[in-house]
Design a binder for this molecule. Sequence first.
Ligand code: Q9C
Ligand code: ZN
Length: 344
Amino acid sequence: MKTIFSPAQQLHHGAREFTDGQWTLCNEHPGRSSIILAELEARKLGDIVQPQDWGIDPILRVHSPAFVEFLQNAWTQWQAEGRTGDMLPSVWCSRGMRTNRVPESLDGKLGYYSFDSGTPIMSGTWQAVYAATQVAITGAHQLSLGEQGAFSLCRPPGHHAAVDQYGGYCFFNNAAIATQFLLDSGCNRVAILDIDYHHGNGTQSIFYQRNDVYVVSLHAHPSEEYPFFLGYEDERGDGIGEGYNLNLPMRLGTDWALYGATLDHALQVLERHGTEILVVSLGCDTFHDDPISRFRLTSENYIRLGEKIAAFQKPTLFVLEGGYAVDALGINVANVLTGFLGKR
Ligand code: Q9C
Ligand code: ZN
């Protein structure tokens, strides 16, 4: 099974995010991919290859042209204004405000196109987020060629990114772009299984009114955890998409006993739906030692998790999302893939 990775993804390295009233070092940084790559190489889990360049069109199948153009030009415009720090928003369009006007000012645009203060744009962001989409698409292409599995080692992650909004360390929704690419390649009954600790609000919103992609997400309950404003159990899809979205939120402190059982349930639902191809938004921030999360999975649990997904017996694309306990991240991600490969 191939891992796809582009060194250009490392060009995104934001300095700080805003947490607890303080500037803290970004949790989402290049060291995350480096440690995963090192562990995959040490375990000889398959070739690590660079992505092909599929251009911008597959991105535009998911994201709006204005949003893509904003991300492409934001840093250049920021520099032209003589500003030197990372770009971070500090005001957003909220209830009662004008949500349909794009301001001319860069600070206004930042607030218009984003939803949190943890996701800086800097000099290498565009190159990295573009590369991450190509990594995701190349993984999807592997499946369309008939491969049974592929791992798109994406960073920055993607599942919080919506059609025209970024946040939660995510800019382009890599998993959604890969999924759309599979549909456009003639695949049917593609499902997304999101097992990042956080609800994939972006993925949900992209497919919410559609019946061509079934989206199932296991995550910390949004009443207690980021992103707070989406991911509740009563969100089941809208219009023709009704019944094509399933949220399985769990309380803080959840361990493998509940998590494993919930994953079994999710896979049963996907089986009943008739899923033919699976895109897994893989976050290892469900780990007990994750610095920003409060689930209690162990490194060993990730092997079992990979085995469960293997037992589902569908071609599977893993797309990397979160996971911030960097010392254990390589082991945890490699454990998922080891469990998956061992039971194929
Ligand atoms: N300092 C993923 O796991 N927390 N994203 C923001 C601001 C955001 C996590 C707090 C957590 C996002 C892909
Ligand atoms: Zn996460």
